[in-house]
Structure formats: C-alpha cells, structure tokens
Write a protein that binds this ligand. Structure first.
Ligand code: PLP
Length: 432
C-alpha cells in the first residue's frame, strides 16, 4: 500500500509545474524581476475525488439555491454583477457602493455597465461599516454590494434594513458563501440580487448564478458552450485532480488521450508553440491564478459548461459542509498557537460553512516569498485593489490587503495535508 501511495505521490508531483509569481516581485538594476514558484502541493480550491461523489439521496444542507429564486446561469460570479446592474437598468453615473475590501473583478463589471464604483469601509471583523455607508449614499446611489466573506454571513440584515430605508437595491455577494444560515436565515436571504460562485466550493473551473426573487426584466437567454469545450473541460477537471493524487485510476486514460491528441496535432502539422502544450487539456492552476483577476465582458452571456453546472448538484454536500467546518476548526486551533499569526474571525458559529480561513500575519511581506517557495496553498484576497481607490479610504482594508492570507479548509484536505500546512507556516514564521 505504501509503495502505491508513494507512486501516486510521485506521479502527481510530475504533473505539477511552476509558474511566475505575480506577487513576489523585486527590482534589480531598475528592472522588475519575477520569481518562479512551484505549484502548490495541496490544491487551493477543491479538486474532484472519488470520495466526494455522489449523493442522490442526502438531504442537502441549507444553501443559497434553497430560496428557489429565478436564476441566470453565468460563467463566473463577476458576470452576475453585470447582469444585476443590467436588470436594474442603471444609467451612466449611477453609483454602486461596494466594500473597500474587494477584488478587482467586482469593480470591472460596474465600470463596464457605465456605473460609478464608490467604496465603503469595513470593520475589523469584515462587517460592512453602516455609518460609512450612510455617509456615502447620495441621490445617485442605486445599489450596495455587500459581501459574506469567507463563508461567514456578515451584518447583512442591517445592510438590508438600510437599503429598504433608502430605497436602494442590495446585491448580496455570496461568492464565498454557498452554504449555511445565520439566525434562521439561509445564506442569500437578504439580497434583491444574489451572486453565486460555484468554483469556490465545488471542483469546477467555471460557474455561478445571479439569483433574484423578482427580476426587473425578462431573463436573458444565456449561450451554451460547445460539446468539444464541455468535453475538454471535463478532462481538464480530471487532469487537475491527477496533479493532487486524486482520481489516479483514470491516469492511464488521460495519458492515452494526451498521446492521441499530440499525435493528431502532429498529423495536422499545426504544431505551434501554444498547441505543443498538448499534455494538458487546460493549464489548470494557471487558469485559476489568472482567473482571479481576469474580466472579459464578452463572457457575460455565456453559461458554464454542462459538467460544471451538473457537478455541484451531484456531489456529497453533507460531506462538503461537515469537512469544511471540521478542517476550519482544526486549522484555527493550530494557527492560534503560531507566532505572528492572528485569526480575523475568532469563532465558527453553528450553521456557518467556511470558504477559507483568514489569518492576519504580522509583517507578512517579510515571510511571503518563503511561503511561495514552500508552495503553500493560499489566496491573498484584496491584495490588488482597484487602482483608483484612495489608500486611506479604509484603514482596515489597507492593513488586511497587505497582511491577510486565506488558507484552504476545503473538503479534499487530508489530515496529513493540514499538518503539513500548519507546520510549514510555523517553521517559516517561528524560525525566521
Ligand atoms: C467577494 C467576491 N465576490 C465576487 C467574486 C467573483 O467570483 P468569480 O470568481 O466566480 O467570478 C469574487 C472572486 O473571487 C470574490 O472574492
């Protein structure tokens, strides 16, 4: 058994690559230099495994789709923002309030729809700062985007009450929070429009929805993707799993398909440099990395590929929610004991299903290159802020943008993965 495990680990490692870090850049003789970093050993987002399949009979834990609202299927939640604004018929100059603690793909659709992005403060526990929102509301304010960060349902009830008082639409951003409930309200229960992102909780590369109890206009007909694209996407999912030692029984099939594709391409004499990348159906991690900051408005009217819509309904949600809570609690306990680390959110209330574990690391800049070199799986939410946003708009954001890391707690982490993650972070922070 040990020999098999070793072989699988070696095979998985051979499929992982490295990429150029966009974050740890330095200057040598006035020129920017980028470092090459290995692909994370543990997946940052879940990958497909036999263990996570299937649950036809389980009662699904509370989730954002329970409201049975009408939905527009989208390629990613960022395009759901554009749809929400379109449904609201916003005009040039209309203002959309959104948190200073944001990712740039939340701003791009606002500008593409001719809106004006106005940023509001967040509190240290990631709640929306209601006083600041009040001050920033003007007669031109049409909507507020409020985020349930990291799977935690923030002070959405209060933001909702404020929106009602001011007659403004609430766009509840549930990109980080697919499952769960707070005070008896299932996630997504407050928004006039609700953003859903599938790839944060399920092993898919694309997918999400715009949900709404009442849409302002007839729903658009979203375009399906081709059968070829769907097949490639499915194979890419399997390839991504192979990189992390999952679905290894399918490795011979994928290897054979790759050989056949290479051969077919040679025959067609279309061996360009890009096509030589044939040992991969998609660039996996690269897509994930680039995808974080990528906005292409022309994708707004596209549906995700079929398999990416189907998988979230087939996977074992009970296992997903239980594992995420268990992993989050275990990792929190570890990180509490590591020097220079502090949890941003101390408790995990009943009913909450976390997306990732946000950890504040004092003077992160000093340690970050070592984190990247050690191939620690992580995300730096809000590391890159919208360039037009003034740095002093929100002191909490200015600080968190530089010093917070989100660590995975997803359903595919093993105890061994988590031990490795915690001990590697400890070694870097305590032995520096
Ligand atoms: C808070 C928040 N909202 C919206 C989005 C957009 O989600 P998607 O990646 O599905 O476009 C992201 C992306 O990470 C996010 O972090």
């Amino acid at each position: 058994m040990k020999i098999l495990e070793k072989y699988i680990a070696q095979y998985a490692a051979s499929r992982r690559g490295s990429f150029v870090s966009q974050t740890t850049t330095g200057e040598v003789n006035g020129k920017t230099v980028y470092i090459h970093i290995p692909e994370a050993v543990i997946p940052v987002f879940p990958v497909l495994s036999f263990a996570s399949l299937f649950s036809f009979f389980d009662t699904k834990p509370e989730n954002v789709l329970d409201h049975n609202y009408a939905r527009i299927p989208v390629f990613a939640a960022r395009y759901a923002i554009a749809h929400a604004l379109k449904q609201m018929n916003i005009s040039p100059g209309d203002e959309i309030l959104l948190p200073a603690y944001h990712c740039t793909v939340m701003v791009a659709p606002i500008l593409k729809m001719a809106g004006k992005a106005v940023f509001y403060k967040i509190a240290p526990n990631l709640d929306a700062d209601l006083l600041d929102i009040r001050e920033k509301i003007t007669p031109n304010t049409k909507a507020i985007i409020a985020v349930n960060y990291c799977g935690f349902i923030q002070n959405m009830a209060e933001v909702h009450a404020l929106c009602k008082e001011k007659n403004i639409k609430l766009i509840e951003d549930c990109a980080h929070s697919f499952f769960g409930q707070k005070n008896g309200v299932t996630v997504g229960g407050f928004g006039d429009y609700i953003l859903v992102s599938s790839r944060k909780f399920f092993p898919v590369e694309e997918g999400g929805y715009l949900l709404a109890p009442h849409f302002g206009q007839t729903l658009p007909e979203q375009k399906s993707q081709t059968l070829l694209k769907s097949t490639k996407s499915f194979l890419a999912l399997i390839e991504r799993s192979l990189k992390f030692g999952k679905l290894w029984l399918l490795a011979p099939l994928i290897e054979l398909l790759n050989i056949l594709i290479k051969f077919a391409k040679r025959l067609r004499k279309k061996n360009t440099a890009a096509q030589n990348h044939a040992d991969s159906f998609s660039s996996g991690q690269d897509i994930c990395q680039e995808g974080e900051n990528y906005y292409d408005h022309s994708l707004m009217d596209k549906k995700p590929v079929f398999v990416d819509s189907l998988l979230p309904t087939l996977l074992n949600s009970t296992k997903i929610t239980k594992s995420r809570r268990k992993n989050y609690l275990w990792l929190s306990e570890q990180f509490r004991g590591i020097k220079h680390c502090r949890l941003i959110i101390e408790d995990l209330p009943e009913g909450i299903v976390p997306f990732m574990l946000p950890v504040y690391i004092e003077n992160l800049k000093e340690y970050f290159p070592a984190f990247e070199t050690a191939a620690i799986p992580m995300q730096r939410f809000a590391q890159f802020l919208w360039p037009d946003m003034k740095a002093d708009i929100c002191p909490v954001t200015a600080d968190y943008s530089k010093n917070v890391i989100l660590f995975p707690c997803h359903q595919e982490l093993s105890q061994q993965d988590m031990l490795w993650l915690a001990s590697t972070v400890r070694n870097i922070l305590e032995q520096a």
